[in-house]
Write a protein that binds this ligand. Sequence first.
Ligand code: CO
Length: 213
Amino acid sequence: MNNRIQYEQLLKNNKDWVSEKLNTDPDYFSRLSKGQNPPFLYIGCSDSRLPIDLFTGADPGRIFIHRNVANQVFLNDMNLLSVLEYAVKVLLVEHIIVCGHYQCGGVEAAYKGTSMNIVENWTMNIRDLSMEHKKELDAIPDMHERLNRLSELNVVRQLRQLCKTSVMHDAFGSGKYPRLHGWVLDISHGLIHELPLPVEEWKEYGLLPDDYE
Ligand code: CO
């Protein structure tokens, strides 16, 4: 398909989708325009293969979304922090999901360090993470498996980062706070795996409140 046609196709698809929606539910968009009340904040990778709404069957209005390369959480990222603040303080989301995925190009770039570009700069924390877990990672002979494990470690690390933000700190202090979840999406099967989180350890370090379940 040439460039122009594939671009025009997007707009055509939009028109088709809208009329299909209106056929089955004439009030759909007037309802949608009244506001949002999503129970979920999702922080995921920018990878084009991961539209989380589709993978989870979530309708528009259910998931508040932030995406960046390799689902990173930086304490000085105003983009992420403003999304987080709005989600936690205004939308009062009940769950925060950090979702990574297997076959993540950002994780691979960080691990292999083959090109000194901006992506590698952005994912430098994953490189540090891989050094911290060198022993465990080196023991996995298959490179795909090794990178997949690093994707999992990355999700848990970003959740730990999230606990350090002032937004979460305030929410934990108030006693009313969202629950945290670590996901990794296996693109080759389409399934989401829930990752265990070291909740007790994080409590010990004061990153989570004692009553967190
Ligand atoms: Co990715």
